[in-house]
Write a protein that binds this ligand. Structure first.
Ligand SMILES: [Zn+2]
Ligand SMILES: [Zn+2]
Length: 351
């Protein structure tokens, strides 16, 4: 991995050293130099070859698995960033779509254009856009009606299936927290927040010999709840990366979450991005110090093979001026009530 040499920052060469050796059940096995998380989509970052936009995507390479977690907000920008990082989308073990918001899904069309059969894990939601099914017993029957007034002439299929927005895509829908491969768990939780109530979200927990590496998309169910679920797999939380959805949270709410992550769950390293929010970047940086890992678009976080590992650690500001300008411009698009997709659709219709 190549890391930009920034004179004012010091690098810690021993971070996240994860000798991935164990074969114990429920822990990832395998080894190799490529144990890392590469941020492919975000609204801040230092890599001039990457385009910035509001949304999230990361390539997670751990224990010989190549997992694409979320696909960003815009198909073309996603495709450009994938190309800039030389990511071969035909060589993925699977894709995880954290939830049904546009800023995490829009690049899926690009993924499918180059890899139409790739396995895609997505949350199972009733009548959701990833497709779903229900036993036909779910609806009340009126046997006395003539057949032509009855659904399916009165003889419905036992299971009714409902289509996905990507017909033919190889979805596997996840209803509850599931270990999909040894040591790799998709945590499924439901948002209780106004505006996104009933939204189901998947987070990726990888149980390495040095603790859980947790990748989150937008954390609508609450980053504290997601970390709690991860701690049930292994109480040692090595790294949490992704969007914590505190972009409009009050200082009090931020302090509470930061304390929960640091003191209750004793999260070892934190690499916040996306909808975490500027005040939360600052609060996390202050709390975690050199265990705060800068993770803008284009950053590759080493999560194994310590020899080459080096990260820009927390000695620097959480975001510098350039980052702040672009992050603020793009963050203005974030909608805490999850209605941005609707607004964008309306705007498109009006054009
Ligand atoms: Zn979202
Ligand atoms: Zn988001």
């Amino acid at each position: 991995m190549i890391l930009r040499s920034l004179g004012t920052f010091s690098f810690c060469l021993t971070v996240l050293m994860m000798p991935v050796l164990s074969n114990a059940q429920g822990v990832v096995s395998g080894s190799g130099p490529e144990n890392r998380i590469t941020i492919l989509y975000d609204a801040f970052g230092k890599d001039a070859s990457m385009r910035k936009d509001w949304g999230f995507s990361a390539l997670v390479e751990v224990a010989g698995k190549r997992i694409l977690f979320d696909t960003g907000d815009n198909r073309d920008i996603f495709a450009a960033n994938v190309k800039a990082k030389n990511v071969d989308l035909t060589k993925l073990d699977f894709v995880v779509l954290s939830h049904r918001h546009g800023d995490h899904m829009a690049g899926l069309a690009h993924v499918l254009s180059v890899n139409p059969t790739v396995k895609i894990y997505a949350p199972k939601e009733g009548f959701g856009i990833f497709g779903s099914s229900l036993p036909s017993s779910f609806y009340r029957k009126a046997e006395a009606l003539p057949p032509d007034m009855r659904y399916f002439d009165g003889t419905p299929p036992e299971v009714m299936t409902f289509g996905s927005a990507w017909q033919g895509a190889n979805f596997e829908l996840i209803d509850k927290t599931t270990e999909i491969a040894p040591g790799i768990t998709l945590i499924a939780l439901v948002s209780e927040a106004p505006g996104t109530r009933e939204l189901k979200e998947l987070s990726l927990a990888i149980n390495t010999p040095d603790g859980i590496v947790l990748v989150v998309g937008c954390s609508h169910p609450g980053i504290d709840k997601i970390v709690e679920a991860a701690a049930n797999i292994n109480p040692k939380i090595r790294l949490v990366a992704g969007g914590f959805h505190l972009v409009v949270a009050s200082d009090d709410a931020i302090s509470k979450i930061v304390a929960t992550l640091k003191d209750t769950f004793k999260v070892e390293n934190i690499a916040p991005g996306h909808c975490t929010g500027e005040p939360t970047f600052a609060a996390l940086k202050q709390a975690f110090g050199d265990r705060y890992i800068y993770a803008g678009v284009g950053t590759a976080l080493e999560v194994g093979s310590g020899a080459a590992a080096g990260q820009r650690r927390g000695e620097a500001p959480a975001l510098d001026t350039d980052d702040l300008v672009s992050y603020r411009r793009l963050a203005a698009r974030e909608d805490p009530f999850g209605l941005a997709v609707w607004r964008r659709r309306l705007a498109n219709k009006e054009q």
